[in-house]
Design a protein around this ligand. Sequence first.
Ligand code: NDP
Length: 479
Amino acid sequence: MESIVLPSQALHGITPASAPEKTTSSPRRPRLASFSSTRDSSISWGRSHHHGSFLHALGCAGVMVLSPSLVVFYWISLSSFHGSINMAWQLMLEMGPINFFRFYAPRPSMAASIGYGAWLLVQAGLYLFLPSVISTGQLTPAGNLLKYRTNGLLAWFVTHGLFFGLSISGHLDPAILAKNWEGLLVAANIWGFLLASIAYIKAHVSPTHELDRKFSGSILYDMYMGIELNPRLGNTFDFKLFTNGRPGIIAWTLIDFSFIAYQYQLHGYITNTIVISTILHSIYAVDFFINEDWYLRTIDICHEHFGFYLAWGSAVWLPAMYTLQTQYLARNPVALSNLHALMILATGISGYIIFRSVNYQKDHVRRTKGNCQIWGAPAKVLHVKYKTADGLEHNSILLCSGWWGMARHVNYLGDLILSYSMCATCGFEDFLPWTYAIFMTVLLVHRCWRDEERCSMKYGKGWENYCKQVKWVIVPGIY
Ligand code: NDP
């Protein structure tokens, strides 16, 4: 296991970016599989609750059935109803859902399944064998500090370089993903469910870090939210970082480019809207990989366990729903005046600048342990304490100046401005392409609630003080 115990780091002079200092020392407990130790809610950071109630289980089952159905319904609306959810819905009511899905649901295809399998293998190969910086994550609840291969940017360029190289040289139809979207959607769904099941079984029979597991008592909740925090194959193949980044975010822009080619092949031209939408997606995706090290200190890596939510979400929801704008525009071109298009682009980029600079401030202050300047003045930080599962107490800091002094999650505001700009490229004719922005609003507001609850449990009084100093949640002066 690639977990590092802090004293040995001091010995070897390793100072991980965000490694907090220990303030007390007590004998380390052996890391044995222990179901009960992970259920002590007083040291419960990571997942905030141990939801095991019947209602929670039912909710998880509902999401695991409804989300794939929604993805399929959207594909049907796009491919058979010109992107009109309303028309598809009306017909579904007339035919009844079972007949409707039986008639319209995407069919598997051998070629797409083989292609999808090859895509996963190529991405796994790039993850494992491309040269990589080795980055350090954040201390886990059980006191593990993990190393990660963060070579996503190189993988993004290699993948896109191959795609463009093969397309330009005439060896690949660039619209291949768009044309095989039906079969790919089926293959991705099968993989998403398989991966969530593998993660569930692995957590029971061969966990990577036993004390970083959480059990709720409900099979459905555990399946949905995950049990292991950082499941790995061997030392380096990290399920979470790989799945979110590679089949997820690298695919995002590749799919966009394929749908641009599809628009051209269908209509004989490329609209400014599909280009702007792809530029905004590309900024977001490339930014993610440039800052892959930063991602190791976000909620996904530090707190979310690996289950259906992240496995199926990254394998299916992300490529299928985050690309809705280009999928829609390829079939239903919207051309805007240059001024209008530039305004959308400028708004999107301003959202991105907010998003990046807020995230940078937090990362910078944590890396420098508060010894840095924020907006030209020394960073104002609050010193807080938390405990890990081994009973050790640690120090941490919360930034209270710059963006983080204006509201507790302004980064979400930047993300939302960017998301709504992406959708604005599709005009107002149909609701379907706006689903992404609405989803992001729900996701980020809900994430905010979950995060606040978790931080409050982790830092106790320290978090209360922070909330007293910084009153607004996402939008300064409004919410
Ligand atoms: P944050 O990066 O805001 O991380 C929240 C964590 O930061 C808290 O749990 C806490 O963790 C720490 N923290 C909170 N307040 C402070 C503070 N004042 N000073 C220092 N540390 C603090 O949240 P996310 O991980 O959710 O989001 C990261 C980015 O990713 C956001 O911009 C978001 O918009 C984006 N995102 C995008 C998604 C997408 O699908 N497109 C999905 C989710 C997020 P601790 O103290 O334990 O370290």
